[in-house]
Design a binder for this molecule. Structure first.
Ligand SMILES: [Zn+2]
Length: 135
């Protein structure tokens, strides 16, 4: 059995948020649990393998953020910001964030997706960021 590779995001948005890239997550048909990224191993909540892809709106709430000074794995220019975000669909994910140097990132604030040119080799032309939005 080969592992399925799933795209993480799409340039087009959702009906609710058409101008911001959508995330490609999944939903459990058994219990309704929403997750990101899409996987086929089983529901983290109930164990069901009845999982189907779900396009998640590119808007969410910041849970926490931190600067990374010494990344493990793929090199990036440091430091960079990462954050945990809960999407409006209920999935919790980690993403690289993009914010002005003087921006105050406060848990609970709204974040939306944005595509940026990919700087890492072999990762496709674009990468996804979450950026803070004024409510
Ligand atoms: Zn489930």
């Amino acid at each position: 059995m080969t592992e399925e590779v799933h795209e993480l995001f799409q340039a087009g948005g959702t009906e609710q948020l058409p101008d911001n890239p959508a995330l490609i997550g999944g939903v459990c048909k058994e219990c309704g649990y929403v997750f990101f990224p899409m996987q086929t191993y089983g529901c983290e909540k109930c164990g069901s393998t009845e999982l189907s892809p779900k396009t998640l709106t590119g808007r969410g709430t910041l849970i926490a953020s931190a600067f990374v000074h010494m990344p493990v794995g793929t090199p990036r220019d440091t430091p960079f910001l990462v954050g945990s975000i809960q999407t409006e669909d209920g999935a919790i994910l980690r993403s690289v964030l993009e914010a002005p140097d003087d921006a105050m990132l406060i848990p609970g604030m709204s974040m939306i997706t944005k595509l940026v040119p990919e700087t890492r080799p072999n990762h496709g032309p674009q990468d996804l960021r979450f950026i803070p939005v004024e409510d």
